[in-house]
Write a protein that binds this ligand. Sequence first.
Ligand SMILES: *Cc1c(COP(=O)(O)O)cnc(C)c1O
Length: 448
Amino acid sequence: MNDLRGLPSVDQLLNHEQVRALIDKYGRPLTLEAVRAALDEVRARFPADPRLPSEDELIAGCQQKLADWLAPTLIPVINASGVILHTNLGRAPLSRAAIRAMEQAAASYNTLEFNLETGRRGSRSLHCESLLRRLTGAEAALVVNNNAAAVLLALSALARRRRVVISRTQLIEIGGGFRIPEVMAQSGARLVEVGTTNRVHRADYEAALQEPAALVMRAHHSNFKLIGFTAEPSLAELVQVAHRHGVPLVDDLGSGTLLDTARFGLPHEPAVAESVAAGADLVTFSGDKLLGGPQAGILVGRAELIAKLKKHPLARAVRADKLQLAALAATLEHYLKDEAEREIPIWRMIAAPQEDLHRRACQWQSALGAGEVVAAQSTIGGGSLPEEVLPTSALALRPPKAGQFAARLRSLNPPVIARIEDDRVLLDPRTVLPEQDGALLAGLRSLL
Ligand SMILES: *Cc1c(COP(=O)(O)O)cnc(C)c1O
C-alpha cells in the first residue's frame, strides 16, 4: 500500500539539481510555490488515486507550472490578415526612429518636465506641440493618452452641464465601447441631437442654437458609410453656423491623417490641416490610426481652448507618458521631413506597389511549393475608410478545413494571423513586415 510518507519533502526537492536550476531561472519564492503546489496536488488526490509520482515527474510538474505562470500574454504576431490598422493586433507598428526614441526615453532620465535653461520645472505638453502646430497650422496642441480621452477632456472642460449640438448621423459607436452619446453623458455635457439618421441640414443646427449651447460637435463616421438619400453640411458650413451663434466647433476626426489618402488610390480621408483651415476650433484625432504612431490622443486648435483643457483636472488623469511622447515626436518628424511614406510602416504598407506584393506572394509560393497566388484585397481598418480596399496579391492555401488550419497558424511561434475567404486561407504580404518573412515561411513549412 502506498503511503504519502513516500513523497519527497519540500526541502529534498529544493535541493535537487534540476530544481536548483529552476530557482536560478525563476527565483526561489516562485519555485517554492510551484514545489508546494505540485506536492499538494498529489496529497489532494490521495487516497482515491494512490499512485505516487516519481521525483522526475514531480519536477516536470513544477517546471510546467512555472512556465504556465510566467507565460507571456502580449506576444508578437505576424499579421498576414491584410488589415493594416488591426485594432486587436495593436494598430500601428512604429518606425525605427520612433522605437529608438522610446528606447532612449525609457533608458535614461530626460527633460520630460524640466527646463534646462532655468533649471526649473518645464512643460510636458511642450514636446510635440511645435511639431503639431507646424504640421496642422493650428495655434496650439495638446497630447493625451488616446483619442477617447481627448474627446472626453474637450467635452468635460468646455461643455459640462451645457448643451452640445450634434447630428443624429454622427452618434457613432466605434469598437471597444466608445459611443459618442455615452462619452457625452460621462463628461456631464447635455446631448442635443439634430437632424435624422440619414439627413441633417444647416437649419437643424440653427434651430438648436436658438437656445444657449456650449459647442457644436462633429464626429467622423469612422467605421460606417452614410450612403443613399443622405445629407450633411460641410465642416465649413458648420463652422459658420457655430461661430454665428458665438460657440466653438469641435471636430472629432477619429483617424485623422496628415497625408492625402487620395494619393494612394483611396478616397479622400479628411486631413487634420483641412479641418483647421475650415475653421474648426478644436480637432481631435488618434496617434495610432492613420498617423502611424503610438497610442495617443491629439488635440489641436485655438490657443485659448487648448489652455482651458490643459488646466482641467482631467488633463492630469489622461496625460500622455514619456514613451508615447517620444515615439509621437519621432513619428511627426517623418511628416515634416517628407519621409512618412518611406519610414512609417503603415504608410509603407499602404503605398506598397502591387508588383512588389505580387513578387513577395510568388516568392512565398515557390519557397513553400504550395498554394496559389491570387488577387485579393487589403483593408485599412482602425475605423478608417470603411469598405475601401487596396488591391493586393495573396498566397491562398486550400487545406481540408480552413478554420482548423487558421487555428494551427495561430499556434505557431510566432503566431500567424491569416484571413479566411471562400474556404481558403489567405496570406497577404502587405501587412507582413519584411523582416518577418523568414519566420513566416519557417512556420508554414512546419505545418505543410
Ligand atoms: C477611433 C476613434 C475614437 C477613439 O480613438 P482612440 O484613439 O482609439 O481612443 C474616437 N472617435 C472617433 C471618431 C474614432 O474614429
